[in-house]
Design a binder for this molecule. Structure first.
Ligand SMILES: CC(C)(COP(=O)(O)OP(=O)(O)OC[C@H]1O[C@@H](n2cnc3c(N)ncnc32)[C@H](O)[C@@H]1OP(=O)(O)O)[C@@H](O)C(=O)NCCC(=O)NCCS
Length: 140
């Protein structure tokens, strides 16, 4: 069982966040860390997962990325990262959380449903290769 510690990233984690999250522009990583939009999962100090928070229209929280090293999946760690995020969002007054998954990826979709998300729409063809994106919402 590989249980992890979950916490917000700090400026000391800039390089780690850049390494774990290849999609986000390096130039604006520091800004996101400063407003607590990066969460790290660690095992004995080693980073093993991350979550990047974004906001739709600048106000509705949206999970842009949630990712764990393969050896740390399927043991409740994704649920733990989500729980940490949800607690902090509730404290900030948010009542709903959005997320999404590629339409052709059944496993992450099943994970979203298992942890309490409900499907709320699809953007057809938005990904490379014309693949759609399924959106999920969870009341906090
Ligand atoms: C998605 C991801 C973050 C989930 O984290 P995880 O640690 O593997 O998930 P957990 O162990 O916390 O699972 C939580 C619950 O979801 C359930 N679940 C997970 N995958 C499932 C699946 N494919 N089908 C049904 N239920 C599933 C688990 O059974 C568990 O339920 P329980 O707590 O009632 O036993 C992780 O698997 C991952 O990094 N995957 C690769 C990246 C990815 O796909 N990211 C999402 C892109 S949208």
């Amino acid at each position: 069982m590989n249980e992890v510690r979950v916490r917000f990233a700090t400026m000391d984690d800039l390089a780690t966040c850049g390494r774990l999250d290849k999609q986000w522009p390096k130039s604006s990583l520091a800004g996101k860390i400063a407003v607590q939009e990066y969460i790290l999962a660690e095992d004995d100090g080693d980073p093993v997962g991350c979550l990047r928070l974004e906001h739709i229209w600048g106000k509705i929280p949206y999970i842009g990325l949630i990712w764990l090293e393969p050896a740390y999946r399927g043991q409740g760690n994704g649920r733990a990262i989500l729980g940490f995020l949800e607690t902090s969002l509730r404290e900030r007054g948010h009542r709903v959380l959005l997320s999404s998954s590629q339409a052709n990826e059944a496993t992450p979709q099943a994970w979203h449903r298992a942890v309490g998300f409900r499907e709320c729409g699809i953007i057809a063809g938005i990904n490379e290769g014309g693949i759609g994106e399924v959106f999920f919402r969870k009341d906090l």
